[in-house]
Design a protein. Structure first.
Length: 506
């Protein structure tokens, strides 16, 4: 392979450009990499919260952390707070956290979840009992210390950033590293006239015909290259799109940016606040807040969603929202012939756990591993299978958030209670977890474990789905002592951390 053409200059396109230039040209220039993007079709412009694996990706690409954070108005993210996903109880709004820390549940040979479950009267909710992140966030404290190296910290963290500024920053770096960039509109994708050969033979654009040995489709929901390839193989059932629109109801989003009220500092966590017909995000950057309502068009119109969001954010009547249609599902074959789809062109699961950018990274890393090998059909088959398993795993985890809700105050929430699609694996687990603690062994039969027992515990216990019988601990006094130590640590340790504002120099 001597040349690569990346089509699309959103987050996926520029992450792909940087990753491929790292993969092929780090030591010596081996492959010509070119990226084209349209002037008429802007990137989706959302996707501002991430998961903690992004740190390793940025580090792999030798990106300076402070420079990156400054260029993208980034803040630290310690997790997600879910608000209103259950009915209020005794006048108290329900909320729970899914933090990034607490990746190893054992402390002093004891599992903190066991300790928490064995408490007859729970002093704190699950996340506040086993994780320091909510405490750091509450006090505006950073997960790392000033003197720490890039991407290192005692507490795992991710970022919130400005999607537009991220693409600009990655573009500058990629061009500096030798990626050729051109503004060009794709008008037609040429594919092999032989329907048995899955091959793009050229891309017609506003600046002429472009060809390469390998193509990356980063054209977002349009998936222009993949669509052309697939339509050449209409009778081939393998090329189906896996449609999850009936399993995950939210298919639209409205986004709007707001300013901080005077004196309010950026939060260190994403908020996912349940609404009448979906949920809304609140993502605090250094200089502004990103908000968006992810809703189901089956249950409300755009006008109704806009009104509900306006009310929630106290916005003036004439506020303009960015309106987005989401195609929920994924391609069965994201790598087909000489084209690989990365980003929204490959697939999308709604952004409740901020996983869109993670999926870009996962697709690229997988390509990096597999592209080195020879037998292409076999390699592609495995690549696609692994990616499809990751999508399926993620979909189940997102569905979990909805089916544990007891809300019945709108048609949308009642639908989840009564008519929802039934995921046999999830239903089996939830039955099982009424009788036992969620453990790693429960996931052994899974093909992919993007989310494991640690993540499931935060959501399942956070939503109050606990074993019916009291959990009998092995050593109750020692377990209670450990919980007390943890509580003291969570109270005191934040004193030692610098504030986020201090660390960001704001
Ligand atoms: C409502 C919503 C919220 C989200 N929130 C999150 C989140 O919190 N966290 C997260 O990780 N992910 C999130 N995502 C996903 C995230 O936004 C995407 O994964 C990410 O932005 C990558 O998008 P992309 O680059 O694939 O597509 P796009 O940003 O749409 O880019 C497509 C590119 O293709 C180009 N293009 C299109 N047509 C042509 C043409 N004819 N010729 C040439 N070029 C063309 C465009 O110019 C553009 O450069 C969210 C997505 C949505 C819809």
């Amino acid at each position: 392979m001597q040349s690569i053409l990346i089509c699309g200059g959103g987050t996926a396109g520029w992450m792909t450009a940087l990753y491929l230039s790292h993969l092929y040209n780090r030591v010596e220039h081996r492959v010509d990499i070119q990226l084209i993007e349209s002037s008429a079709q802007p990137p989706v412009g959302v996707g501002e919260a991430t998961v903690h694996g992004i740190r390793h990706f940025l580090q792999l690409l030798s990106i300076n952390e402070a420079e990156f954070m400054q260029a993208t108005d980034a803040t630290f993210k310690l997790g997600i707070e879910f608000i209103n996903w259950k009915k209020a109880q005794n006048g108290q709004t329900h909320s729970y956290w899914h933090p990034f820390d607490f990746q190893t549940p054992e402390v002093n040979g004891m599992d903190l979840a066991h300790c928490w479950l064995s408490q007859t009267h729970k002093v704190q909710d699950y996340a506040h009992s086993v994780s320091i992140s909510p405490f750091l966030a509450k006090r505006g404290k950073a997960p790392k210390f000033v003197e720490m190296a890039d991407y290192q910290a005692p507490i795992p963290y991710a970022y919130h950033f400005d999607a537009g500024k991220l693409a600009e920053y990655l573009k500058k770096l990629a061009v500096r590293r030798g990626v050729k960039h051109q503004v060009a509109d794709i008008t037609h994708v040429q594919v092999s006239t032989d329907a048995t050969v899955k091959k793009i033979t050229g891309i017609d654009t506003s600046i002429g015909r472009l060809t390469a040995d390998m193509y990356f489709d980063c054209t977002g929901f349009r998936g222009m290259l993949m669509q052309a390839l697939e339509s050449n193989n209409q009778d081939n059932a393998e090329n189906e799109w896996v449609d999850w629109s009936s399993e995950l109801l939210c298919d639209r989003a409205l986004a709007v940016q707001t300013q901080y009220p005077q004196g309010q500092a950026p939060a260190l966590h994403t908020q996912a606040i349940a609404m009448n017909n979906g949920w809304r995000w609140r993502i605090g950057l250094q200089n502004r807040i990103g908000n968006g309502y992810v809703y189901s068009s089956q249950f409300c119109t755009e006008e109704q969603a806009a009104e509900e969001l306006s009310q929630a954010l106290n916005l003036p009547d004439n506020t303009e929202f960015k309106s987005l249609k989401m195609r929920i599902g994924h391609r069965k074959q994201s790598w087909l012939g000489n084209c690989c789809a990365i980003g929204l062109s490959s697939g999308f699961i709604e952004p409740l756990e901020s996983t869109g950018i993670y999926l870009i990274e996962a697709g690229l890393r997988l390509f990096g591993e597999y592209a080195q090998s020879g037998n292409l059909p076999l390699i592609q088959q495995h690549y696609n299978r692994i990616l499809n398993d990751i999508y399926a795993d993620l979909k189940s985890f997102i569905v979990l958030h909805y089916i544990l809700s007891d809300r019945d105050d709108s048609k949308f929430w009642r639908f989840w209670q009564t008519q929802r699609y039934r995921d046999p694996q999830l239903d089996a687990w939830l039955d099982l977890w009424q009788h036992k603690v969620i453990e790693s062994s429960d996931f052994l039969a899974q093909k992919s474990v993007l989310f494991n027992q640690i993540n499931y515990r935060f959501v399942v216990y956070g939503m109050g789905h606990l074993p019916q019988q009291p959990f009998v601990g092995v050593n109750p006094p020692a377990q209670q002592q450990l919980l007390a130590q943890m509580a003291a640590f969570c109270q005191q340790q934040p004193d030692r951390h610098p504030s986020q504002m201090q660390l960001l120099g704001l």
